[in-house]
Design a binder for this molecule. Structure first.
Ligand code: ZN
Length: 290
């Protein structure tokens, strides 16, 4: 890395993490985060610095081990998040691996802070709000299949800034507590972007299509695996043009806006999932790339 690049890199880090004084200059690996008090639904960038190469490095967050990516010699990045339904309070975060032949554990703690989400009252026709047994079984099977796809963790990829999935990105409804016909329902774990039918939808980053199919709620749906446990989801598409398993590049057209599935009008339902849960897509799009 040239001196200029290094200064740029440190400037970006300083913007993300504040003073770097707590980092070990050399020797023991140290862990640092973009925010110590993330709110519900916030993504968090984690950096581990070590004097030299680290082997078998994993990030321990919410009871699971997640891979990290080397961004420069002895520097590693991980992207995690606080699920929008996580409770408030302290949560341990650590990085574990081998430094030389010595096992190490670098520990810190995040404190999940509150975020108020709007309550959204909806009135839907009876058939859209109540389901017969066959439909309930279909809904359950689809949810299980999707969670199986989300549980697959592939190697982290290089991370330029994420691209908005549509040109006119005007997000609404993240975390809305929905009350449908008077019944409280699951919070809305994505944003809705109202757009005309047929508006092109693009992949927010490089990845592989982890799911492409038709679901009861989501209608024509695409899920992209961006590596390291990071996924983006696109629902209610009019059509999609990418088969499961295809490698796609950041900005590729994957389909177009529609109103398939359980939608009251044409819009893109766009969600993201990172290690730790479902986060606000707009905050993910705002992260500087690396
Ligand atoms: Zn939605």
């Amino acid at each position: 890395m040239t001196g200029r690049l290094l200064r740029l890199f440190l400037a970006v880090l300083a913007g993300l993490t504040g003073p770097l004084a707590s980092w070990a200059a050399s020797g023991d690996p140290a862990i640092s985060v973009s925010c110590r008090t993330p709110r519900k639904g916030d993504p968090v960038v984690v950096l581990v610095t070590a004097g030299g190469a680290v082997d078998n490095l994993v990030l321990r967050w919410k009871g699971s081990d997640w891979p990290m990516r080397e961004i420069a010699p002895g520097r590693y990045e991980g992207l995690i998040g606080v699920d929008l339904e996580d409770p408030e309070g302290p949560v341990p975060l650590s990085a574990a691996g081998f430094h030389g032949n010595v096992r190490f554990l670098a520990e810190t703690e995040l404190v999940v802070s509150p975020r108020e989400f709007p309550v959204q009252e909806l009135t839907l026709p009876e058939g859209m709000a109540e389901f017969d047994n066959a439909t309930l079984q279909r809904i359950e099977a689809e949810a299980m299949e999707l969670s199986r796809r989300f549980s697959r963790v592939t190697p982290p990829r290089r991370r330029p800034p994420f691209l908005p999935p549509v040109e006119k990105y005007l997000p609404a409804n993240f975390g809305s507590r929905r009350v449908i016909n008077g019944d409280p329902r699951m919070p809305h774990a994505a944003v809705d972007i109202r757009l005309p039918q047929g508006t092109p939808v693009h992949a927010i980053a490089d990845g592989q299509v982890a799911y492409a199919g038709e679901q009861f709620f989501g209608g024509k749906s695409v899920v992209i695996d961006h590596g390291g446990g990071v996924f983006s989801v696109y629902y209610h598409l009019k059509e999609y043009s990418v088969p499961e398993g295809r490698e796609i590049a950041r900005g590729d057209r994957i389909g177009s806006v529609g109103a398939t599935g359980r939608a009251t009008g044409p819009h893109l339902h766009f969600g993201v999932r990172v290690p730790g849960g479902r986060v606000d897509p707009t905050l993910l799009l705002a992260l500087p790339g690396r």
